[in-house]
Design a protein around this ligand. Structure first.
Ligand SMILES: [Zn+2]
Length: 284
């Protein structure tokens, strides 16, 4: 074969190899969704016994504050949870290494307006409060989580939700941007499903995402730390510990691999998935 032809064949082979993506044959199919944990801060010296039922009460650790981003091949950018930013929470909790959740999405080159959807796992302040930082997003929440916590005038019906966040959520609803999820095992959009999470709050949910690396489970606070799963220990804050353990077992079955279950506050996420780094962990 003439030298020039060999070079052509080698170049063509490299181009084809570059097009192929893991999990897809032939290289012509669109890639699946990518999942990232984005870190927006740290709560220092948090008592582990508040996270893992039965843990030694003397143990303390720095916990990560995260939101999770699903980048879809169709261009939709979906956040799971929205973090917090209001002064009230900043003053009370004094997070370290804090950036606004709307700046956390800039770590992967997105603008707040680029977020098309937010799936709220539950109404706690550190997961819901930032929802109004993303003015174009539809906000997905379990119907029972919404109706249990917020009345028709935006007043809180349960102390799990902060009054400011209850009013904010009503405002988003009145703007026509709330989408209520109707219970367990629901498709939010192709490749993204919501499941009831085991009573961290009245109707907390967790999310699965079909990726080229397998099914990723975004547990949020339905599994605070890897240690919950490893020790088969319920989360400390649950209205029903047995139901939470069942939810964690189910996460193990739904995930393609248990390493693809992403816990809600564990800084080890950024150790186990060190790439690309600087507060961004690609789950793969
Ligand atoms: Zn929570």
């Amino acid at each position: 074969m003439p030298r020039r032809s060999i070079r052509f064949v080698v170049v063509a082979a490299l181009v084809l190899a570059g097009c192929a993506r893991p999990g897809h044959r032939g290289g012509s199919l669109p890639a699946g969704s990518e999942v990232y944990a984005l870190r927006y801060g740290t709560l220092r010296n948090f008592p582990v016994a508040s996270l893992v039922a039965g843990a030694d009460t003397s143990r303390r650790m720095d916990i990560a504050l995260m939101v999770w981003l699903i980048r879809r091949p169709d261009g939709r950018n979906v956040l799971v949870d929205a973090g917090f930013y209001r002064d009230k929470f900043m003053q009370r909790w004094k997070p370290a290494d804090y950036i606004k959740p709307s700046d956390a999405v800039r770590l992967v080159g997105l603008q707040p307006d680029d977020i098309t959807d937010i799936i709220v796992s539950h109404v706690h302040w550190d997961h819901l409060d930032g929802a109004d930082l993303f003015p174009k997003a539809r906000v997905w929440i379990q119907r029972e989580e919404y109706t249990h916590h917020v009345n028709g005038t935006g007043r809180p019906l349960d102390r799990a939700i902060d009054s400011l966040d209850a009013a904010m959520l009503l405002g988003i609803n009145r703007a026509g941007r709330v989408r209520l999820v109707e219970g367990d095992d629901q498709e939010i959009m192709p490749g993204i499903r919501a499941y009831i999470g085991g009573k961290h709050t009245f109707a907390s949910q967790f999310v699965t995402v079909d990726t080229p690396h397998g099914i990723v489970v975004i547990a949020s606070d339905n599994m605070y730390l890897y240690e919950n799963y490893a020790k088969h220990a319920a989360i400390s804050q649950t209205l029903d510990a047995a139901s939470n353990l069942r939810a964690q077992e189910r996460m193990g079955k739904l995930a393609s691999n248990v390493r693809l279950i992403v816990p809600g506050h564990d800084p080890l996420v950024f150790v186990r998935f060190p790439s690309p780094g600087k507060g961004v962990a690609k789950i793969e």
